[in-house]
Design a protein around this ligand. Structure first.
Ligand SMILES: [Fe+2]
Length: 366
């Protein structure tokens, strides 16, 4: 039997009482078993999503040469345009993702955190000559973030934590909204099964997905070209199904999706499991897919380690050693090829040169 992923109504969380208990139970089941939930009463206007994709398409329709000034390896592509074949999923076969993306932060940066992680908190970049691009992008990011914060309050309730346990931990985090365009494949690529996005788990706390769009070869919105294309997730391993099951993301009308990221898995000692997911391309060449994802992150000075109620010898072993969320993010950006390996040199003691400079003055030590 095809498993059915629960839906949470944010209105139930707002209402409190027995309705909130129902919502909390849905969150426990959805995030505990699948790492994914459908959300109702999320406040994202469908016309906003249309406008968001319209301005993004106005950008992606430009030549790579025009987009190149917005591609910034110096800030690890954390703002502006990520060209195709740049990012690699960690857990997968090493194929670069077949997509182009845009990154912008909808919330004001925490100045202290920005000083600690200048690339991750870089100023937003905006393309010139596309009316409404920044405004629409920020409106979408803020709406998704607000829904995410509400859901995080529900997650805390569902886990028996203080209501604001997660909400406080994400204040000032490097939240980022991403627009993605999975590129049309040619016939050889479609037949060889090239993936749009290799199987991976997200490294942040919680990801919000307001819904993707397929475009046909003429660039016109169309239904999924074949039933095998789109978002698939892998369920938790069980004794009967050690590899889990791949389930198609089949979003009920009017809902958006939220997914558990690695940070939430670590804090909960795996009670909520980060969702392995993959974006499969259609078998028919020529189609593109648009997508939007908002990534809610912990503040970089939060510690990534199971919270006290989830600390057992097993979870401690599974998630050791503890690491700051900002350090974890930096390491992951290196792993997925957005930051250079040299970024890791910032971890650890960096003043060996000072000792060298002192020793120069001591006879016989050189
Ligand atoms: Fe993802």
């Amino acid at each position: 039997m095809e498993p059915s992923i629960p839906t949470v109504d944010l209105e139930d969380l707002r209402a409190g009482g027995a309705r909130r208990d129902v919502a909390a139970a849905a969150i426990r089941e959805a995030f505990g078993r699948y790492g994914l939930i459908y959300i109702r009463s999320h406040g994202i206007d469908p016309s906003l999503l249309d406008r968001y994709y319209d301005v993004f398409l106005a950008l992606t329709g430009r030549s790579d040469a025009e987009k190149q000034p917005l591609a910034r390896p110096d800030i690890w592509f954390q703002r502006g345009w990520t060209p195709p074949n740049t990012e690699h999923a960690v857990a997968a076969g090493g194929q670069p993702d077949f997509k182009e993306c845009y990154f912008a932060a909808p919330e004001a940066a925490d100045p202290e955190a920005a000083a600690l992680h200048p690339q991750i908190y870089a100023e937003n970049l905006w393309p010139e000559g596309i009316p409404g691009f920044a405004e629409t992008y920020l409106e979408m990011g803020r709406a998704l973030h607000a829904a995410g914060v509400e859901l995080l309050r529900g997650c805390a309730v569902a886990l028996g934590l203080e209501d604001d346990a997660f909400v406080k931990a994400v204040e000032g985090g490097p939240h980022v909204t991403r627009a993605l365009r999975y590129l049309p494949l040619d016939r050889a690529q479609a037949e060889s099964g090239v993936l749009w996005g290799e199987e991976h788990t997200d490294f942040n706390l919680l990801t919000l997905l307001p819904g993707g769009r397929f475009l046909d070869a003429a660039g016109v919105r169309c239904p999924p070209p074949d039933p095998g294309s789109g978002l698939y997730l892998r369920t938790r391993s069980t004794p009967d199904e050690p590899g889990g099951t791949m389930i198609r993301g089949a979003v009920p009308a009017g809902c958006i999706i939220a997914q558990v990221g690695q940070e939430l898995e670590i804090l909960t000692g795996g009670a909520f499991l980060a969702t392995p997911h993959v974006i499969t391309a259609p078998k028919t060449p020529g189609y593109a897919r648009l997508s939007c994802a908002h990534f809610v992150h912990l503040h970089p000075l939060e510690t990534l380690f199971p919270l006290a109620p989830f600390r057992t010898p097993e979870t401690v072993r599974a998630y050791a050693p503890p690491v700051l969320a900002g350090t974890y993010g930096l390491k992951t950006l290196v792993d997925i090829h957005l930051a250079p390996p040299s970024a890791l040199d910032a971890l650890g003691y960096r003043h060996y040169d000072r000792l060298d400079a002192q020793r120069v003055h001591v006879p016989g030590t050189r």
